[in-house]
Design a protein. Structure first.
Length: 217
């Protein structure tokens, strides 16, 4: 790939990780010409209800899902005792830990729509670019505050990401597969975990652990 130091970061609870996560990361990495993507595993996301699988089990599944994919790895900074779970804080920590790298926070369009509800959300633009992917079948109205940011920050050429330290928004309009963690959990409960939903390695872990057999917490 090219020589620029862009670092892709896809955050989430990954409860569990599924093929949609992998497809989104691939799409956004290709669009921005990123050679490295880290999946940032959240311990207890502030915007989510109680998680079903434990952090160690979600970490195990995530490692299995990215194993063997060039440039993909797992970032555990949000599992530390001092982590707040807020993206702005996570990006500050990763900026300190990766001097000289341009951070690119990756997210699906459904998460992007909720951005104005995140703590200190506007500070994120001073720390990273945003790479946003569409999900098949998903539609949503943009909040006015977000429309204003898109108007001033949107780019379509990845070279504009390379020439700026942070603050650009690139939206990839081509949708990826409409898979959700909740649909995977339902399939696990019914014993119908198809490999188009999750990697085979993750399916084996779910089957062996019985993680989602008991339903939602």
């Amino acid at each position: 790939m090219n020589g620029w130091q862009g670092l892709g970061l896809l955050g989430g609870s990954f409860d569990p990780v599924h093929t949609g996560h992998i497809a989104l990361a691939r799409q956004l990495a290709d669009a921005a010409r990123l050679s490295e993507v880290r999946f940032v595993l959240a311990s207890s996301p502030p915007h989510r209800s109680a998680l079903v699988a434990s952090a160690p089990l979600r970490l195990r599944m995530l490692k299995a899902a990215v194993e063997g994919i060039p440039g993909f790895s797992v970032e555990k900074c949000e599992l530390g005792p001092s982590a707040t779970g807020y993206t702005a804080d996570t990006l500050k920590a990763l900026k300190r830990a990766n001097p000289g790298r341009t951070l690119c926070w990756m997210m699906g369009f459904d998460s992007f729509l909720t951005l104005p509800t995140w703590r200190r959300w506007k500070s994120i633009f001073g720390l990273a670019h945003l790479l946003v992917g569409a999900r098949a079948g998903h539609q949503g109205r943009l909040p006015a505050a977000l429309e204003a940011e898109i108007e001033s920050r949107s780019v379509t050429d990845r070279r504009e990401l390379e020439s700026s330290p942070a603050g650009r928004i690139m939206i990839c309009r081509k949708p990826v597969a409409a898979v959700s963690s909740s649909s995977v959990r339902r399939a696990a409960r019914s014993g119908d975990l198809a490999h188009d939903l999750i990697p085979a390695s993750v399916a084996r872990i779910i089957s062996d652990s019985g993680a989602y057999a008991g339903g939602e917490n």
